[in-house]
Design a protein around this ligand. Sequence first.
Ligand SMILES: Cc1ncc(COP(=O)(O)O)c(C=O)c1O
Length: 363
Amino acid sequence: MDALPTPALILDRLAMERNLAAMSKHLAAHRKKARPHAKTHKCALIAQAQLAHGAAGLCAAKVGEAAALILAGVPRVLITSPLQSPGKVAVLAELSQRAAELLLVVDSMAGLELLQKYLPAEARVGVVLDIDIEMGRTGIRVLDEARRIVAAARADQRLGFAGVQHYAGHLQHIASFGERKERSLESWHNALAFAQAAADELPPIVSGGGSGTYAIDVAVPEITDLQVGSYLFMDREYRDIESCGGASFTEFEVALTVACTAISAPLADAGAATLNGGFKAFASDSGVPVPYDGVQGKFRFAGDEHGVFRVVSGQSRPRLGDVLRFVVPHCDPTVNLHDVYWVLEADGLVHSLWPITARGLVW
Ligand SMILES: Cc1ncc(COP(=O)(O)O)c(C=O)c1O
């Protein structure tokens, strides 16, 4: 650890493997599949590990992320955000020739018509109807338009109506498990009624949900696969909410940390040391990093490249040169700040670097 060029994104491979195994066991027990979201890890090697654990395919947030995965050999990808650019349809057409299955969510007739206008005859892109109930981000709410999308997709041999998606992101971090459960089941109830009315019969894929509702949504018989993402790494945001089994969400282990080095100590008298990780090492949309390995104290951002870590009174402050690891506040955007995972093995050493294949591909 002391030899790494910090700040370094550390992946504890065995903890990740245990998370993968726990999720696939849970889903298999409920006869569901994972369609894990690659927006969390953006890494083709991890996508392959998820497929090896029985995933139905991978989700990608955007076309760029899907391109990185498919060009690296991931065979089945669902793009979970709608698009409105002719240039991206051209990329989709190309990708559809290289993937065993390429699926795209559509939530407007304009989106469907764009595909019809720009996809060449040989392209094959399955349409997944994205349904919004109350989140207000993407997804359709207008039944008549949804019916037209389904009919047009069914009638076009380049497309086909492959499935429906419902993702209630605003429910994933509700602290109370009971409230999260009630609202997620209600949201799915409404989404499925909408899907049934739009399509007359449910398509082969009914996909959605996330790590916050992974133990809840399995009770919905119509759902075929869950788009879980963060369970793989577990960030501070998720650790803080209640799980089905208790006060904090510990069914999955923290597998992702950022290691920083103490490089200066102007506030030594206050028990603080300055670390070499700031906004460029940790995404800061969801609070501050928390110490991983037992040291008690508080981190505060001190700019792009720095953070100040102050220990609780009675503890000795980090010495210059000490390396400290932190649980990240929010895993997905933190990963997108780094080029590689430093992969930690059981002996406590880093043996390999895994490229973050889709890093920066936010289009
Ligand atoms: C459409 C969609 N599905 C699934 C996920 C994964 O959610 P989580 O990281 O909570 O498991 C996300 C995350 O934002 C998402 O946007």
